[in-house]
Design a protein around this ligand. Structure first.
Ligand code: NAD
Ligand code: DAU
Length: 348
């Protein structure tokens, strides 16, 4: 297949590209705006391949997106480009409305015109990568989210992703575009920008800095190793049914405090310095509108497409901690030039 992938310089998109180039015969065009979250170093292990192509495009720019379709002539789209950090959506929601809603609209319009003109509407695929945050917040007793859970987004980020999911579904129902949607839980692993909980805590704890846990640390997330998510996305693209939604999760619910404590112990062990890093944990002001719990029932993708995660949380977390401790070349420039680890997303 010729796959037009958006957001391939980010965390999950780069994992998908590394997998597409190293483990399949597919050809990829990566469209990315190169925001603060995107870096070419995340795909440098495969970027010499003649099956990898890059074009610097803001997906909000409709004519540029249309040109990319016309020149690359894809069989499929994997749409990951988005503003992705909840705390930044509190500080500046406008970018989220632009990239996540308007950008998805431009992608859908260009895909529809292209597939019609190329007369490939039946075999074309548009995979939209979304999040479990569109479903809102669970109480500790509620059953996990699944494909039938009503939408109830509560942050500017999740509202913008929910809006984009609705557009994708509308383009399927109204225009017959063969779309698929995935709603995945929290990812972690190598090459994640160090604003997110797990990389931030690894790097701060390694540097003996205070570890800011929001509220009481009792919020719960369902963690999935990023390479497992990449595998699920390829499975949905190749075998999923157009018009369907697939919920993807890691069967690994943990409180934030448990995650941070486990990371402290891993960093202590891996650096071998008896750092007593749990003592660095500090409870700070909560995130406004902080969703209490996310969890996914991933039985549909398991039963229908035969996918399930292959990493346990303990394995994935140990791999992730050692990757950050061994790959300063990747994260140091980001901390120096783009984000120094300061608190984001506090309203006054
Ligand atoms: P990320 O922030 O690491 O990367 C986003 C990428 O998109 C960056 O390379 C950025 O340059 C690019 N981008 C942003 N706006 C763009 C625009 N207007 N035009 C072109 N490129 C643009 O994000 P991520 O964590 O890799 O998430 C990727 C996708 O997966 C997002 O759609 C996100 O909502 C979804 N998702 C993320 C998670 C998670 O835990 N990280 C979980 C479920 C779903
Ligand atoms: O559920 C999927 C979503 O997971 C994705 O759609 C988002 O793109 C992704 O960013 C992630 O959202 P979260 O808000 O859950 O991730 P984050 O890493 O920002 O925070 C995880 C939890 O940790 C959350 O409850 C807030 C808390 N936290 C976060 C940071 C950065 C802290 O306690 N301290 C921190 O410094």
């Amino acid at each position: 297949m010729r796959i037009l992938l958006t957001g391939g310089l980010g965390f999950i998109g780069s994992a998908v590209i590394r997998r597409l180039i190293s483990e399949t015969e597919h050809e990829v065009l990566n469209l990315d705006k190169v925001t603060y979250a995107g870096t070419h170093t995340s795909v440098q292990s495969v970027s010499d391949s003649n099956r990898y192509h890059f074009s610097k495009v803001d997906i909000v720019d409709g004519p540029a997106v249309t040109d990319a379709f016309a020149s690359f002539r894809p069989d499929a789209v994997m749409h990951l480009a988005a503003e992705s950090h909840v705390d930044r959506s509190i500080d500046g929601p406008g970018e989220f409305v632009q990239s996540n809603i308007v950008g998805t609209y431009e992608m859908l319009q260009a895909a529809r015109s292209y597939a019609l003109e190329a007369d490939i509407m039946d075999r074309f695929r548009f995979l939209h990568i979304s999040t479990d945050e569109v479903f809102g917040a669970l109480s500790p007793e509620s059953p996990p989210f699944d494909e039938s859970t009503p939408y109830d987004p509560r942050s500017p980020y999740s509202a913008s992703k929910a809006a984009s999911d609705h557009l994708v579904r509308a383009w399927h129902e109204t225009f017959g575009l063969p779309t698929l949607i995935t709603n995945c839980s929290n990812n972690y692993g190598p090459f994640q920008f160090p604003e997110k909980l797990i990389p931030l805590m690894i790097l701060k704890s390694a540097a003996h800095q205070e570890l800011p846990v929001y509220g009481k640390g009792d919020n719960i997330r369902d963690w999935l190793f990023v390479d497992d998510h990449a595998g699920a996305l390829l499975r949905v693209l190749e075998e999923g049914k157009p018009g369907e939604t697939y919920a993807i999760g890691g069967n690994s619910e943990r409180t934030n405090l448990e995650v941070v404590q486990q990371l402290c112990d891993l960093v202590d062990t891996q650096l071998g310095d008896n750092g007593a890093r749990q003592e660095l944990i500090s409870f700070v002001a909560d995130r406004p509108g902080h969703d209490l719990r996310y969890a996914i029932n991933a039985s549909k993708i398991k039963d229908e497409l035969g996918w399930e995660p292959s990493h346990s949380f303990a394995e994935g977390l140990a791999k992730t901690a050692s990757w950050y401790l061994e790959n300063e070349w990747w994260w140091r420039p980001l901390l120096t030039e783009r984000y120094e680890g300061e608190r984001l997303g506090v309203t006054t």
